[in-house]
Design a protein around this ligand. Structure first.
Ligand code: MLT
Length: 264
């Protein structure tokens, strides 16, 4: 079911009596990146996903976003959907939002799933890359930026064997509002470092990382794993940064095993 909350497009599947999972997508994608997980987990969980402000179907407005405003949006969805301690599942930028949400309102979640993400803020080189991305979008329009960014996210296997699927994702994201995409880049550029809070995360936490992820590689996620008290780490073979799309079966299995093991 699709509804609008605080102007954002929110999607729900599964019975609202069951354990809820809220999915927060990466950049520059929309809620569709979780389709394979929601189809599987929606059989016995209540799955909530949404398009982050400025991406997918959610309006960009003035594009003046911060990571804090993205967490405000998440909080409003939790309230409006009356989600009682859901499992929070975020990938990459969705992971940045999730990590800040866990720091700011830890009591709101029963467990966390962090996919292909990092707790460190952008360093100077990273900030300059974001600035160059914004400049490129202004100069060339959105499509060339999106094509290069998304192609770089995927591992070799997917690029070689699922090229048609990859092109569809690129086409879909190329239709986003450039104001929203630039706003997300600014929000990521200016986000806080959440590393010092990792040791305070005291709920079962699953970390998932693609073996060939070059944006948030396994050693980076293993460092996070060592800092979180109740953490598990699963590496997905033959996958890059977009593990839920690249190897949905193994990602779904990792999530299922995690839910069973922790009685969630
Ligand atoms: C993402 O997948 O959300 C992005 O790669 C995050 C980033 O650019 O830092």
């Amino acid at each position: 079911m699709k509804e609008t909350i605080n102007n954002l497009s929110v999607f729900t599947l599964g019975s609202s009596d069951s354990r809820a999972i809220i999915f927060v997508h990466g950049f520059p994608y929309d809620h569709n990146m979780w389709e394979a997980q929601i189809q599987e987990l929606g059989k016995d969980c209540s799955c909530v996903s949404y398009d982050i402000r400025g991406l997918g179907d959610s309006p960009a407005g003035d594009g003046q976003f911060t990571m804090e405003s993205f967490v405000d949006d998440l909080e409003i969805i939790l309230d409006e959907q009356k989600l009682n301690k859901p499992i929070l599942c975020g990938l990459s930028m969705g992971g940045y939002i999730s990590l800040r949400a866990l720091e700011r309102m830890p009591e709101r979640f029963s467990a966390a799933i962090l996919c292909d993400t990092r707790s460190e803020a952008d360093n100077n080189e990273g900030k300059l890359k974001r600035a160059a991305g914004i400049k490129r979008i202004i100069k060339e329009g959105l499509a060339p930026f999106v094509k290069d960014f998304i192609t770089n996210c995927f591992g070799d296997d997917f690029k070689q064997n699922k090229n048609e699927e990859l092109q569809k994702i690129i086409e879909s994201s190329s239709r986003f509002n450039p104001v929203g995409v630039k706003g997300s880049l600014l929000a990521m550029l200016s986000r806080l470092d959440t590393t010092t809070s990792l040791g305070k995360i005291n709920i079962p936490t699953l970390l998932i990382c693609g073996e060939q992820d070059t944006l948030t590689p396994p050693p980076v996620m293993k460092e996070m794993f060592h800092k979180i008290i109740k953490a598990e780490f699963v590496e997905i073979p033959n996958a890059g940064h977009m593990t839920p799309i690249e190897n949905p079966h193994l990602v779904n299995k990792a999530i299922r095993d995690f839910l069973i093991k922790n009685n969630l």
